[in-house]
Design a protein around this ligand. Sequence first.
Ligand code: ATP
Ligand code: MG
Length: 596
Amino acid sequence: MEDEILGKAYDGRLMRRLLAYLRPYRGQAIVALVATIAASALALVQPYLMKVAIDRYIAQGDLAGLNTIAVLFLLVLVGSLAFEYVQTFIMQMIGQRIMFDMRMQIYGHLQRLDLRFYDRNPVGRLMTRVTTDVDVLNDLFTSGVIAVFDDVFTLAGIMVVLLVMNWKLALVSFSVLPLIVLVTQWFRRNVRDSYRTVRVWIARINAYLQENISGMSTVQLFRREAQNYARFDEIDRGHRDANVASIFYYAVFYPAIEVVGALAASLIIWYGGGRVIQGALTLGSLVAFIQYSSRFYRPISDMSEKFNLLQAAMASSERIFALLDTRVVVENPAAPRQAAGGSGHIVFDHVWFAYRGEDWVLRDVSFEVAPGERVAIVGATGAGKSTIVNLLLRFYDVGRGRILVDGVDIREMELDALRRLFSLVLQDVQLFSGTIASNIRLGNTDITDAQVRSAADAVHAGRFIDRLPQGFDTAVAERGATLSVGQKQLLSFARALAFAPQILVLDEATSSVDTETELLIRDALRVLMGGRTTVAIAHRLSTIQDMDKILVLHKGEVRESGSHQQLLAARGIYYRLYQLQYRDQELRAVARTDAR
Ligand SMILES: Nc1ncnc2c1ncn2[C@@H]1O[C@H](COP(=O)(O)OP(=O)(O)OP(=O)(O)O)[C@@H](O)[C@H]1O
Ligand SMILES: [Mg+2]
């Protein structure tokens, strides 16, 4: 719900930090500021020229003078137009550049944050940071910061001019100001509340859509369309009603300001007209007065809108800065050490780990994988197998103990150097939009087309790729939706092989594929593991019998280790697991014969 909190309208600390983004463009900003002030100054001159035209030339019947003043008026108009153009163009440009800088900064920071952060933050929320929140700040820079100067300058300028022209009449026209203050206060308070409500509903719409679009097949399978439609109808209705409510305030506010302005104008005509008749005021001054006062109320209503903008920007920047201030926990060491030799030697040395507090998921795990050795990790669901992989690749840092790769604590290694050693194959293959080939080489230009081809062939992926319409150049849909699970698995093997890592890490690589594909995959694995240090997590014991060593993980502890034969002979956990699966297989075999 943090998305919906609106904090203070103005926070100096946040504002200073926001303005720092303007710093690279301060030269341009100054030009825009000067253009703004020039434009508003020229706008201020117009009613005065009107007064001069009426009093000095129309009243005297001076046609030549009237021509001059008309030309002057035109020049002033063109001038203020030009300045306004400069100001608008520069400010929009600066706004776009700041948005660009900010998005790059946020994205860069997101790339450095560790998995613990992503465990806590749903994707939708992070998307909002990079898109909507940045947009709100853009509004602040393009129509807020500089435009406020414009408004303040115009207001002050008009006040001074009016007071100088005729202070009594000026006071008469200012007499409506308390009304303006009242209307503005009312508007500000209500619009802020309705803005908040609208944000709440937008957040709900986003969350609901995100979940329901990605889960569409489940929705359809369980025939939840009607219920979900009704639920969305409710949310959408709430959103519409909240917006309609805020329209009401706008619809009342602007006419109300107009009415107050008209009231001021009639006061000026009533009082000023009397003075003109008495000869205490010129007709030109009266006209100028009316014009000035009509320009007086626009900046006021603008400013109350900008107040809302400011408030929204404060809330957005607070969230953006909170994200940018999130400490990067898994960090590159200050003085990285190079792993000597790089033979792929892994040591877990009394490793403890918890995702939360003292809730230990791994307890005192110690084991060693010699260079070139193939080690399997087995254990029940939730035993902590994937956690071991997460720690080895430093997606999380260990709680206690240490992990050594080639004799160096992985926390002392450059992250890039560490991860370069590994290829990780997960059951849930992550594909990106692009082509088959681009998904194998993942943007690594060192991998040639020939290498992509031979990696694919080596793991038996070449055959299905060749059957695709454009072979290796076939487009891959988002998340690889157009490929089967087995095909994605083979692709990820090809990817792992193309990167030719020192150490191969497999997590449940052989579940959920048909027998034929499993055979292909098993063969592909042999290719992949050839001569490499391998850590493989497997559920099916049948696939790991020829591994050099098997570790049995139970409730976060390594309870047994040894070869398949040794573990069977020990008659421990592994033996029981094996018997269970073996019996299962036997039963299935019996069932098959029965069916025939
Ligand atoms: N990101 C996380 N945040 C909090 N707890 C987690 C997280 N990931 C895993 N856990 C917990 O840690 C424990 C070990 O999970 P892990 O994924 O390592 O199990 P696993 O052995 O790989 O199981 P499986 O065979 O089902 O894949 C589980 O109890 C799980 O609930
Ligand atoms: Mg797992």
